[in-house]
Ligand binder design. Structure first.
Ligand code: HEC
Length: 141
């Protein structure tokens, strides 16, 4: 769930005199090879010692209710409403490698509540977003 933020990067942001080239250089040094920019902050959600949320009892239903109307392989062209074609959440196998992205766009935890997704209604409550992040923090079991 770690985001690409180093102290050097933060300091650089504070300075109005830094060049774009410098920012890009620091970004590379900080290892931001998969930074999609404005996906939101790390929620810092943690997996409890005894995880209770699973794909079957939580993740599947959450995705069906809030995400699959755009992010599904069965939804094509304009019906996706712009959802990127490489972000589908139809199965557990689809979700797992995208856990970090999902957390940054829709999750909630001590570090942040990210509400960029879904862009329409119905939207999950903050409690549901917190469950999403907890489930993802447990490596989406
Ligand atoms: C109404 C359609 C719609 C729904 C519903 C929706 N999304 Fe999206 N999603 C989009 C669009 C459009 C984009 C690209 C624009 C953006 O990033 O804001 C996007 C982008 C994303 C991205 C970033 C993709 C990337 O390239 O980095 C993630 C992650 C994501 N959505 C997760 C979710 C999750 C999780 C849900 C459910 C809680 C959800 N979305 C519900 C339309 C939707």
């Amino acid at each position: 769930m770690r985001r690409c933020r180093s102290r050097a990067y933060t300091d650089a942001m504070a300075s109005v005199r830094v060049t774009l080239g410098f920012l890009l250089g620091v970004g590379v040094l900080a290892g931001c090879e998969h930074d999609h920019g404005s996906g939101g902050a790390a929620t810092n959600a943690v997996c409890p010692p005894t995880p209770t949320l699973t794909y079957e009892n939580f993740g599947k239903g959450f995705m069906q209710t809030y995400c699959l109307r755009c992010h599904s392989q069965t939804v094509t062209s304009s019906a996706r409403k712009g959802a990127p074609s490489d972000h589908n959440f139809d199965t557990f196998a689809d979700i797992k490698p995208l856990a970090d992205h999902i957390d940054g766009y829709a999750g909630s935890g001590p570090g942040a509540t990210n509400t960029r997704m879904p862009p329409d209604t119905p939207k999950p409550s903050v409690e549901e977003r917190a469950k999403l992040s907890e489930w993802l923090a447990c490596s989406a079991i």
